[in-house]
Design a protein around this ligand. Structure first.
Ligand SMILES: [Zn+2]
Length: 367
């Protein structure tokens, strides 16, 4: 392809994005070119673009946009099995392929990991960001063929643009071995991660889902997803440990998923930890930075596990697409608010004011 396209670019940290005209990118032999139909706006984005956090921004001006879904319009010459017209989600996770972690088959722990169109995790991320300097807030973006998730026709591009946070929750629940009959507590259930975790826990067969959060309106929405399986607590209404125990036959939950945001209080997590069943698994996917007091002896006596989880594999993305396509993962409750590319700064402003919950803010670059 040749010609020009529109792309949102970050020119300086903390400044509004600008819509620039740039050349439609060429693709490498192992890449495809995706015509972007939807790209997600997520709560963390304003903080990342401010450049004030630890995350390494790509060199500026940078084409940005993390969770893109669209249609393949060009296929590199050594790509097999992917046809023009395929509907895809682009997993933005970039891994180097050669560091000790990648060689061991765990690219999610890559020493140079980066998110295409977003940021690098380490000071070794720059080469990967230079290799794929393309974000999803653009009419077209190149992507490596092996990072594509194929979308069934019944999964909308707008829902696929939520796959990043949905996939993070999904991978964490898999680490926690959530399945038929699991009892799961979700701290921070009203956020984007927590709401997605609820949808996944329902899809994976959990029978008791105990959500803890602040925003009462969003808590009511979460409860209404499955009133016989989901119960919710507004922080401050009742002590957290006792509330979870009262809804888990006095023995506690199998799994605690912590989705607390950066500014949350560690005390809530500590209280929820007190209501995890013997042998239970605690997974953190939040950004809680406050120090958490734990009693190591309780981990010994109760044989507990506490672990972190970040992002998800392309294979897990494909499982999500399969579940969503079959209706097992029900995304109908996500309420999409779509903006054209020119409205990207308005969309970023909106995400600051809304509790994530089931709101799904996306950009449609083809509008
Ligand atoms: Zn690596």
């Amino acid at each position: 392809m040749s010609g020009e396209m529109r792309a949102a670019r970050l020119h300086a940290p903390g400044e509004p994005l600008r819509i620039d005209r740039v050349a439609v990118p060429d693709i490498g032999p192992r890449d495809v070119l995706v015509e972007v139909k939807a790209c997600g706006i997520i709560p963390n984005m304003n903080a990342i673009f401010s450049g004030t956090l630890w995350n390494r921004l790509p060199s500026l001006p940078a084409r940005v946009g993390l969770d893109a879904a669209g249609v393949v319009v060009q296929v590199g010459r050594t790509v097999t099995g992917i046809a023009i017209g395929a509907r895809v989600y682009v997993n933005p996770w970039l891994a180097c392929g050669t560091c000790p972690y990648c060689r061991a088959g765990v690219p999610l722990q890559c020493s140079a990991a980066a998110f295409q169109g977003y940021f690098g995790f380490t000071d070794q991320s720059a080469p990967l960001l230079r290799a794929y300097p393309y974000g999803g807030f653009a009419e077209y973006m190149p992507a490596a063929a092996e990072r594509l998730v194929m979308l069934p026709d019944s999964v909308s591009f707008e829902h696929a643009a939520r796959f990043g946070y949905l996939g993070t929750s999904f991978a964490a629940l898999r680490h926690a071995e959530v399945g038929a009959g699991s009892w799961v507590a979700i701290n921070g259930v009203t956020g984007t991660l927590g709401a997605g975790a609820t949808l996944h826990a329902l899809a994976m067969g959990a029978t008791r889902i105990l959500g803890i959060g602040r925003n009462r309106a969003v808590l009511a929405q979460i409860k209404s997803l499955a009133p016989s399986r989901v119960d919710v607590l507004a922080l401050g209404d009742y002590p957290v440990t006792e509330w979870i125990l009262s809804r888990s036959d006095g023995i506690g939950v199998d799994v605690l998923l912590d989705c607390s945001g950066r500014a949350a209080a560690a005390g809530t997590t500590a209280a929820a930890l007190g209501a995890v069943k013997r042998g239970g698994i605690v997974v953190n996917i939040g950004a809680l930075t406050e120090k958490l007091e734990i009693e190591p002896i309780a981990f010994m006596v109760k044989a507990l596990t506490f672990r972190g989880s970040n992002w998800f594999t392309t294979g897990e993305g494909q499982l999500m697409a399969e579940m969503a396509g079959a209706g097992v993962l029900d995304l109908a409750s996500l309420k999409t608010r779509a903006y054209p590319l020119e409205g990207v700064n308005d969309a970023l402003a909106e995400v600051k004011t809304r509790p994530g919950g089931l709101t799904n803010i996306v950009i449609n670059p083809d509008r």
